[in-house]
Design a protein. Structure first.
Length: 140
């Protein structure tokens, strides 16, 4: 992978969820490569969603201290967003016909200079605001 990569919440959740089978292994490999290449990007929204999902929604809960450590670790990838990203998200939401929260992900990715977004939720192969959507769990 070349260029910056925005990582959506679900990829990070799978990286921490040892019960996720092949998705766990794929997510861990993706995250490892992004650390090696110093090319990962997340937003505060992703980190908040990660903490909530892993501490509340997994069948096998990860201890809070472990999740907190992971979130602290990923803050190194976190880019600052603000009111201009909210305005951009409104435009992206309408243009791409996606949810506001997904549009916020795209707006943050644009702000961070990402060339791709890794997500299981957005449509793989689609380009939104100049950024390619890829699903690491179903490549191709």
């Amino acid at each position: 992978m070349s260029g910056k990569t925005f990582v959506d919440t679900n990829v990070l959740v799978y990286a921490l969820d040892s019960d996720a089978g092949s998705k766990h292994r794929i997510a861990q490999e993706v995250v490892r490569r992004l650390w090696e290449q110093n090319s990962g990007i997340v937003s505060m929204q992703v980190l908040q969603e990660l903490y909530s999902a892993v501490t509340r929604k997994l069948s096998k809960r990860v201890p809070r201290q472990e999740v907190r450590q992971a979130v602290r670790h990923f803050t190194q990838w976190c880019i600052a967003t603000g009111p201009s990203e909210i305005a951009a998200a409104f435009q992206i939401e309408d243009a791409a016909r996606i949810s506001f929260w997904d549009a916020m992900i795209v707006a943050a990715a644009v702000r961070g200079g990402a060339v791709r977004i890794l997500s299981e939720d957005l449509n793989a192969g689609q380009t939104i605001a100049g950024i390619t959507i890829e699903n690491p769990f179903h490549p191709g």
